[in-house]
Design a protein around this ligand. Structure first.
Ligand SMILES: Nc1nc2c(ncn2[C@@H]2O[C@H](COP(=O)(O)OP(=O)(O)OP(=O)(O)O)[C@@H](O)[C@H]2O)c(=O)[nH]1
Ligand SMILES: [Mg+2]
Ligand SMILES: [Zn+2]
Length: 362
């Protein structure tokens, strides 16, 4: 099976060791080849095999399996796909491989919306203009953390800011020593120097994703990192203010051979994170809590609270807000799911009764 997989070409599109393992661990559907989902459109997907892009549709069986698991294909997924009989037809995505990680958020109905999969590094993009917001940064950090991705905070529009170094220092002070795994840079996203600054993460075969609010400069940075050649691949639409805004997630290749997924700004970011993920994303709070006077300290009014003494206030407020949200969300979601299940059963019962009556009348 190794022979029939063009590993060299597939590595160019981000094939990792885990995915090879996953591909070899189960039978390969007849007549299929491996490719990566690089774009999702309303009525089809685009997959890439490292050499060419192909428009495909999810096969009915795959569609049903995903629906059953309440999942969708996302950009970055790996699939087995089968070419169409004629060149004019679309091929079929037949099966999805297990992903090494997934970034997802909650949707208003309480479901889980997958954003991207198989990521190494998240570029959290924040503009050094009105976009700069440490609490929003914390939110994106949790999102990246839930996928176990490395994080680079990219402060864009450094050219339009008086003191980019001071902004970097503010972010660093906010995150503290416990998150020294997070890199923080300030760039002009339009300048080639941005590519040089990000070079350590843009290694061949690595997959990166841009995260950040609308207008932060994600697509500008993506265009700089991928060179002019990929501009045509960026699907854009003018919004009500006549600005270009990204509407779909698309995987691009950078000049150095990394894969970069540009995402639309997330207007509402409901985290798909439980308390454990939050504790992992704010490691300093758990560590310091051991030194609070009271074991069940809530780091609110209690005397002798080491967390309140040492964690920057804004960071602690972030944590507490996200924690409340995580707890409330999980309650809500279970309630909504139960409600949905009851409604579905009722519909099924009604349909069955209806069918029985019709059969009786015939
Ligand atoms: N001066 C300056 N302008 C920038 C920089 N980065 C982005 N811009 C401008 O900011 C605006 C928004 O940039 P985009 O790259 O489209 O923002 P985005 O994050 O992709 O936005 P969405 O697609 O809506 O999520 C554009 O007018 C860019 O030219 C920068 O580093 N410096
Ligand atoms: Mg964009
Ligand atoms: Zn405390």
């Amino acid at each position: 099976m190794h022979d029939s997989l063009d590993l060299r070409a597939l590595r160019d599109i981000g094939l990792s060791h885990d995915t090879v393992q996953a591909a070899l661990a189960r039978p390969r559907p007849d007549g299929t080849r491996l490719a990566r989902v690089i774009e999702i459109q309303r009525d089809h997907l685009v997959v890439h095999d490292g050499t060419d892009a192909h428009a495909v549709q999810p096969a009915p069986a795959l569609r049903a399996a995903l629906e059953h698991e309440r999942e969708t294909l996302v950009v970055g997924d790996w699939v087995w796909w089968r070419a169409a009989a004629s060149d004019d037809d679309r091929g079929w995505a037949v099966a999805r491989l297990p992903a090494r990680n997934r970034v997802s958020r909650r949707d208003p109905a309480g479901g889980r919306q997958g954003l991207v999969a198989n990521i190494d590094t998240a570029l959290i993009v924040m503009g050094l203009d009105h976009d700069f917001n440490l609490r929003r940064l914390d939110r994106f950090l949790v999102l990246a953390h839930s996928a176990d991705a490395r994080v680079v905070v990219v402060l864009t529009k450094a050219d339009a800011c008086d003191a980019p170094a001071a902004a970097i220092a503010r972010v660093r002070a906010h995150l503290g020593d416990a998150r020294d795994d997070v890199a923080v840079l300030a760039v002009d996203g339009r300048s080639p120097e941005a590519a040089a600054a990000l070079a350590p993460w843009l290694v061949r075969g690595a997959t990166l994703v841009t995260l950040g609010s609308s207008g932060a400069g994600k697509t500008t940075l993506t265009n700089t990192l991928t060179g002019a050649a990929s501009h045509t691949g960026v699907v854009r639409a003018a919004d009500e203010r006549g600005q270009h805004t990204t509407t779909v997630r698309t995987l691009h290749r950078t000049d150095g051979g990394a894969c970069l997924i540009d995402t639309p700004g997330l207007r509402q970011l409901w985290l798909d994170a439980d308390a454990q993920t939050l504790n992992d994303a704010f490691p300093e709070i758990g560590m310091l809590a051991l030194r609070c006077r009271y074991r069940n300290c809530r780091h609110a009014q209690e005397p002798g609270c080491a967390v309140r003494e040492q964690v920057p206030r804004e960071r602690l407020v972030s944590f507490q807000k996200l924690l409340r949200e995580a707890n409330r969300e999980s309650d809500d979601i279970f309630q909504r799911r139960r409600h949905l299940a009851v409604m579905k059963q009722r519909t099924r019962d009604n349909r069955a009764r209806h069918a029985a009556r019709e059969a009786g009348e015939r």
